[in-house]
Design a protein around this ligand. Sequence first.
Ligand code: NAD
Length: 477
Amino acid sequence: MSSVITTVEGLAALLAAQKSAFTAEGAVDAAERRRRIQQVIDLLVAWHKPLAAAMDEDFGHRPQGFSLMNDVLGSLASLKHARDHLEDWMQPQERQPFAPYDQLGAKARVLYQPKGSVGIIGTWNAPLFTLLSPLAYVLAAGNRAILKPSEIAPRTAEVLAAACAEHLDPLLVGVAVGGVEMAEGMTRQPFDHLVFTGSTAVGKAVMRNAADNLVPVTLELGGKSPTIVSRSADLATAAFRIAAAKAANGGQLCVNPDLIYVPREQLEAFLAELKGAYASLFPQVQGNPDVVAVVNARHLARVEGLVEDAIAAGVRVESLPEASAADPQDRRRPLRVVVDPPADRRIQQEEIFGPAMVLLPYDAIDAVLADINARPRPLALYWFGTDEAEQQRVLEHTLSGGVTINDAMMHAAMQDAPFGGIGASGMGHYHGREGFLEFSHARTVFEAGSYDPRREWGLLPPYGEHFLAAMEAQVTP
Ligand code: NAD
């Protein structure tokens, strides 16, 4: 059987074959799980150069060092963490049986068993990471998988498929290549679990289709990650770290700072710091080999459209660095800072996911919290400052997938802690023990003792005269 699937019928056949192999195999011991993860690690080590070249080609320009850091090293970190911890995670846990059976020889335990075959649908913006980072935890839990790379990064999909064909048994890890039809086809299959990374709108369609087969889903979606610059923050540090975050992947990261709340009286000073910081990273943008291009003409038009919609309403927009005549063939663009747009502008509502951001001046921190809470739950939240009481207030009065304090995006790189969204930014998570648990079935096993007192104690029908009184006596506070 080929590991590269190009039709939905082929996908259904591979899934059926994986399920039969899974059932026939039974338990997957730690050594076998490590062996499978190691095969993916070896694949990445052997193929990292063609994969980085493919990502460069797909974006129209993406520095290969950046692709190694973001996608190859990011995936390797997950794979190695999972490989090195899975044996601890998979240990059965003894649990306390209830009285009186605990006194009568009963025992109980929880087994963490693989679910079976997991479908993983990835995005173009982190075309390896969104497939291979969840795969690490899927394999750690003893499952098999079918990967669906994004059609918007077709060269990466092709190279990854070739690498998988060389290194992996399709009965363990297969690859389905194709467009939206294939992605939708994935969501209609009776997988044992589905991981989807993408937009909130498509996430809803994925969950609807998965519901037909009661397939549990992990949805890694996006949102407008709010960033609060506290009055207690060092402006220069906050501006530099926000600039560095916006510079990463051309702003095309799910945890990219999107709405930046700045104290009203510090708005100009912050903007000046941001300009200086961004210029120190990217003195010019077009032709700069360090800048990641917007992935395609459609996404460029989408981001430009959000900015133009604000300009049309008379909103102030700063270009970092100053815009020069754009070469239409080069999709590297300056960072556009949209200052205080009205709430009904599209850039206030839609995820930007590109080289633009919104600055929102505020007077009181509680107004910022109210604005954040009036919006869909974000994937990430950032707070810069030194006032610990304010930090605590922000953490206690908001919800988001994760949080980084005094920087941006860092929590998403943690291997030893769950990564995922909440509400409109998704559900479930990978990374860490929680990632292992996400793809395992926690199965309770109760083992009865040999002595069964129920008949002797009048606890079985026909109920004697004392049964009701005995039950009532136990209804205690
Ligand atoms: P997208 O939702 O447009 O597409 C994602 C995938 O869904 C694609 O591979 C596509 O083939 C598939 N797809 C499209 N229509 C489908 C349908 N009807 N049914 C099933 N699958 C379908 O997202 P995108 O443009 O590729 O990625 C950008 C989005 O992803 C942003 O919202 C970003 O925040 C989010 N994202 C989230 C994370 C995270 O970890 N939370 C990571 C990266 C990106």
